[in-house]
Design a protein around this ligand. Structure first.
Ligand code: UD1
Ligand code: UDP
Length: 363
């Protein structure tokens, strides 16, 4: 084992989920400094994943909380820099495209600490999304760019990014494969709002672009209520608050529930008839689990899911009038697709191999 420590940083729900496998694979090779920024802090968005997935308590909890992009990113940057100052990691690993990803990567690069970017090379080409800016900046400053797909690796090469590119596959696939046997079916969830065995759609919505647009949100809720099967929506606080503020809580076929734990969520996706989402993670889980998906976005950075026929995009602005027909088409089509676009579920090993190669190259 190396004597120098490796920092692994995360802060939102999907990042805690992905950190579970990354921490385990890295702990055998380096002493770790784990950093939870605290961007997500509610039990349902944070602690439940530590408990279910066996994530060790972080060495540092930055408690940045919620805020506007600048304030949140600045708090992550400042507090992460203090941690790195003390711990002196030889490299810092960041995941994805959130404000936590950007803040931790910037703190490291300003201190000349090599940055490893997990989920590098994804592009939605929608520059109105904070995440698209975050991921482009982190790819530009990263020393090791771990791409989840061949297309993401090719994109990084096409952009002539200076960091080393490694095609590693997607660690979200590792987490799913490892935990699928522990998935909890809706019938085992006491709070499940439907009768056991009833067909349903599972929906998640949390993007700022949607929750901040009152007209689009109201139209989508209307369309969800009118679908020919019940819709269960575990509500991220951002959409819950937007729905409550506009008086758009449950009605018709729509059942709003609290966010689910990971085991409940993957069981609920697995057993669903269709998935309707704006989540990056849920799009891929539907793809791997063979459940048709509708993504309520104009573009996705997970292009392969659409190209392979697993995923259909529906623009938020017109979803009110087009979602129903899109769902009908997907229900009629069903379909099977190649599920190998994001590797074999061994990304955490391939990522740590690439990090070890970086360490040797740095001497
Ligand atoms: C963030 C990421 C997004 C990612 C998502 C994962 C950015 C810019 N966005 O979006 O890329 O897909 O996490 O879920 O980094 N809130 C709570 N409790 C919490 C956390 C948040 O109530 O524990 C509420 C607060 O009102 C907060 C709002 O949710 O203002 C949004 O949280 P924030 O972390 O800023 O963005 P997300 O929409 O969660
Ligand atoms: N997830 C969960 N419970 C929920 C909603 C999502 O466990 O109620 C999981 C989901 O299975 C996936 C991840 O959270 O693994 C996706 O997170 P999110 O949609 O918040 O963010 P994104 O992937 O869009 O960044």
């Amino acid at each position: 084992m190396s004597v120098r420590s490796l920092a692994i940083c995360y802060g939102t729900r999907p990042q805690v989920i992905k950190a579970s496998v990354l921490i385990e694979a890295s702990a055998a090779r380096w002493p770790l400094v784990t950093v939870d920024t605290g961007q997500h802090y509610d039990y349902e968005l944070n602690a439940v994943f530590y408990e279910q997935l066996g994530v060790p308590r972080p060495h540092h909890f930055l408690e940045v909380g919620s805020g506007r992009h600048a304030a949140q990113t600045a708090a992550v940057l400042t507090r992460a820099a203090e941690v790195f100052e003390g711990a002196q990691p030889w490299a810092v690993v960041v995941i994805g495209d959130t404000n936590s990803t950007l803040g931790c990567a910037l703190a490291a690069t300003q201190m000349r600490i090599p940055v490893v970017h997990v989920e590098a090379g994804l592009r939605s080409n929608d520059r109105a999304m904070a995440e698209e800016i975050n991921r482009r900046v982190v790819d530009a400053i990263g020393d090791l760019l771990c791409a989840p797909s061949d297309a993401a690796a090719a994109e990084l090469a096409r952009e002539h990014q200076p960091g080393t590119i490694a095609m590693t596959g997607d660690i979200a696939h590792d987490v799913l494969r490892r935990n699928l046997a522990l998935a909890r079916a809706p019938r085992d969830n006491a709070a499940w709002p439907l009768a056991a065995g009833e067909r349903y759609a599972i929906a998640t919505l949390h993007r700022a672009e949607l929750t901040g647009n009152a007209d689009a949100l109201a139209a989508i809720v209307q369309a969800l209520r009118a679908l020919p099967l019940p819709v269960v929506l575990p509500a991220h606080p951002r959409v819950r608050d937007a729905l409550v503020a506009r008086g758009l809580e449950s009605g018709g076929n729509l059942h709003i529930v609290t966010p689910l734990g990971y085991f409940e969520m993957i069981g609920t996706i697995r057993d669903a008839t269709i998935v309707i989402t704006d989540s990056g993670g849920v799009q891929r889980e539907a793809y791997w689990l063979g459940v048709p998906c509708i993504t309520v976005r104009t573009r996705t950075e997970w292009h392969e899911t659409v190209a392979l026929g697993a995923n259909t995009l529906v623009a938020p602005a017109t979803a009110g009038s087009t979602l129903g027909a899109a769902v009908e088409r997907r229900l009629a089509d069903g379909g099977t697709w190649d599920r190998g676009a994001y590797g074999n579920g061994d990304a955490s090993v391939r990522i740590t191999d690439a990090i070890a190669t970086l360490e040797r190259a740095l001497g």
